[in-house]
Design a protein around this ligand. Structure first.
Ligand code: PMV
Length: 387
């Protein structure tokens, strides 16, 4: 039977976690570990996930994307979904964003996109879909942008790889993450997993970086705006690797973010540490631009000192960080901390990985800045077109 397969990478934060919540820049890189999604028409007339009936409550990201891109009320038929991959779940490595990006891309390929001729110059425009110029708030509206006002006869149906758009996958993934996380989600994971490479997120437009777009989200504590950039021009180093060490300790992001907020409330002078993390992140960005990986590593280790001083490291993370230090250019926790993962920048990935494993961590090895979402198999026809 015909099927569509897409995949998207996980992510790891190099600089700036926690300080990004207070508007400072942060840097995330796409890693080699990926999630792959295969879809095909359901053989049994109901939605299937890995061969069993899909439970929409237990799979909120999938359910929200179906609601947006594959609405039953418009006649979309049930599909069979198969998910596989090597990104550990709930470890701060972006597994849910990677799943959302890959699934959004697969659904877009499965329906194609309606296009509108825009008069002169042979220009065409999307007649349906979420564009990067549409703020996230409107992406929340299930019906906005899905189907155009024009009659279908005035439009044409674009199919194949050109119907997929990285910005659209990123905005859809961000919006479903925000729904699943009750309105609090930064676009760091969704943009990194969709575009790949190295992503810089900030509260302002940063000089000398490739600007992608801004995102705006109305959260329970007000409207937040982020500017998202890509560090596209750097040369991929062929002798520098990331080794990610998983402590196996579960530490929910929301709890860690609340812990930092309370610390700042009890001790407002600690904001200096947050500001220092912001300055360190800016230095890290400059070092990345120069492809000076010795400086990138040193800056990561400095970032770790500050993360420790705001109380988000943990004994388990400290053990793995200490084990990785002798063979690395730099080491820090990655993500929310308290558990989860650490990351080492190293020219000796085997030695660093062995040292972390010996200290009790589980490791993954990755290059810096893997490709974003990819289309891995595509049949000749779509699975559904609104008629
Ligand atoms: O644990 P992760 O990978 O979801 O990263 C959290 C990063 C924080 O800065 C702690 C929170 C955030 O929303 O940016």
């Amino acid at each position: 039977m015909t099927s569509i397969t897409t995949s998207a990478p996980g992510k790891c934060i190099l600089f700036g976690e926690h300080a990004v919540v207070y508007g400072h820049p942060a840097v995330a890189v796409a890693i080699d570990q990926r999630i792959s999604v295969r879809i095909q028409p359901s053989p049994s007339g109901i939605w299937l996930l890995d061969g069993s009936e899909l439970n929409m409550q237990r799979n909120p990201h999938i359910a929200a994307l179906i609601n947006k891109l594959w609405p039953k009320e418009s006649g979309a038929p049930p599909l069979s979904i198969h998910i596989e991959g090597n990104i550990p779940r709930a470890a701060g490595l972006g597994s849910s964003a990677a799943l959302s990006v890959a699934f959004a891309g697969a659904l877009r390929l499965a329906r194609g996109r309606l296009m509108r001729e825009a008069g002169s110059n042979d220009r065409v425009h999307w007649a349906e879909g979420f564009g990067s110029t549409i703020s996230l708030t409107s992406a929340y509206d299930n019906k906005t942008g899905i189907f155009p006002d024009q009659t279908l006869a005035e439009l044409f149906h674009l199919t194949g790889p050109e119907s997929v758009d990285e910005d659209e996958n990123a905005i859809l993934a961000h919006s479903v993450e925000a729904i699943a996380q009750k309105g609090r989600a930064s676009p760091m994971d969704s943009s990194t997993c969709s575009h790949g490479g190295i992503i810089v997120i900030s509260d302002q437009q940063e000089h000398k970086l490739d600007y992608l777009y801004h995102r705006e989200l109305t959260t329970p504590s007000g409207t937040v705006r982020w500017h998202i950039h890509q560090l596209a021009s750097i040369a991929q180093p062929d002798d520098v690797y990331l080794v990610i060490g998983n402590t196996g300790v579960n530490a929910p992001t929301a709890k860690q973010v609340a812990k930092v907020a309370k610390m700042l409330q009890d001790n407002p002078t600690k904001i200096e540490e947050i500001e220092t993390i912001g300055k360190i992140a800016r230095r890290g960005i400059e070092a990345l631009k120069r492809a000076d990986y010795a400086a990138v590593g040193r800056t990561m280790s400095e970032n770790q000192l500050m993360l420790k001083s705001i109380g988000v490291s943990s004994p388990e993370l400290d053990v793995l960080i200490r084990a990785a230090t002798p063979s690395s250019l730099g080491v820090k926790l990655t993500g929310a901390g308290g558990g989860g993962c650490m990351v080492a920048l190293t020219k000796n990935p085997r030695a660093t990985s062995d040292a972390i494993e010996l200290a009790g961590g589980r490791t993954l090895i990755s290059k810096l800045g893997s490709p974003g979402m990819s289309i891995d198999s595509l049949p000749n026809s779509t699975f559904w077109q609104k008629s």
